[in-house]
Design a protein around this ligand. Structure first.
Ligand SMILES: [Mg+2]
Length: 134
């Protein structure tokens, strides 16, 4: 399994090989595409394995749907890491992750969530695809 820095370097090779934008000015483009990929993941989640489509056709199995969802999430990571690579190339993402993880571990239970939202929303995914569960 690659470290974040190894993944970032690999994405840099991919970008150079495929001719994608490779300067700090390309950051906003990469960030925008990260949002698009996040939307693709969210759409798969919202529709669920029974209703989501894979290139216009139903998924053959829940496992195939899970593979597609995982791939969209990895697409998000590609663009996020690539954005970091072009805009803040000297920041070591492994170090940043470890520092942020340690910081978050010191925070209280369910920090940052509004009490009412925690009480009235189902975040389990058990009702995925049902209207109103956003
Ligand atoms: Mg995608």
């Amino acid at each position: 399994m690659p470290t974040f820095e190894e993944a970032k370097a690999g994405i840099g090779k991919l970008v150079a090989t495929k001719g994608f934008g490779n300067t700090p000015a390309d950051f906003e483009h990469k960030l925008f595409f990260a949002f698009l990929e996040l939307g693709e993941a969210g759409d798969l989640w919202k529709k669920g394995p029974e209703k989501a489509l894979n290139k216009g056709k139903p998924f053959a199995s829940k496992d195939e749907w899970e593979d597609a969802l995982a791939e969209e999430l990895i697409d998000v990571i590609f663009y996020v890491f690539d954005g970091a690579r072009v805009l803040i190339p000297n920041k070591n993402l492994d170090e940043v992750f470890n520092k942020k993880f340690a910081k978050n571990m010191t925070r209280p239970h369910r920090y940052g969530e509004d009490e009412a939202a925690v009480m009235h929303h189902d975040y389990s995914g058990a009702n995925m695809g049902k209207e109103g569960n956003r």
